[in-house]
Ligand binder design. Sequence first.
Ligand code: XMP
Ligand code: MG
Length: 179
Amino acid sequence: MGSDLEKVLVSEAQIATRLDELAAQIDADYAGRELLLVGVLKGAVMVMADLSRRLHTDLKMDWMAVSSYGSGTKSSGVVRILKDLDTDLLDKHVLIVEDIIDSGLTLSWLVSNLRSRNPASLEIATLLRKPDAAKVDVDVRYIGFEVPNEFVVGYGLDYDERYRNLPFVGTLAPHVYQG
Ligand code: XMP
Ligand code: MG
């Protein structure tokens, strides 16, 4: 897997199994309702594609692009909308689909932003969650995996736009980002 990667944290098979479980749970929870999946670009592309294909619930998809990270590995704490939703959220059942929750700053900003648009319900699904996310008071209903406080790449997650296409989640060797 190349010298830039240290180890595999979550394998392709583990991701597939966990997405099966989460999809079954989401289908049960949203039975009889129309669901709007809101994917957060660009990291959530893989989880959105693979999770949505497992769902039988009547659903629509929309995308939002926000920025809280530059090309480095630390949160700036500043969230900007780069691309807003095309959909009016009023009275919709909305499920935010995220790749990873780290400090939770992005998500807590996103939740209050979307909540102000008066959806019927608003929940969160994330593939990965890091320990610091516990410090922020945001309920995350669907979590794929808890990961340690290391910089991870793959399955949508990038370092400087690279590694998004890896089918697994792995840690980056420190020499890559420490220069
Ligand atoms: P916060 O700290 O606001 O971060 O919860 C959310 C966004 O930061 C990115 N992020 C990462 N991206 N590897 C990545 O490739 C990581 O380990 C990592 N941690 C945070 C990600 O875009 C996420 O939505
Ligand atoms: Mg990123």
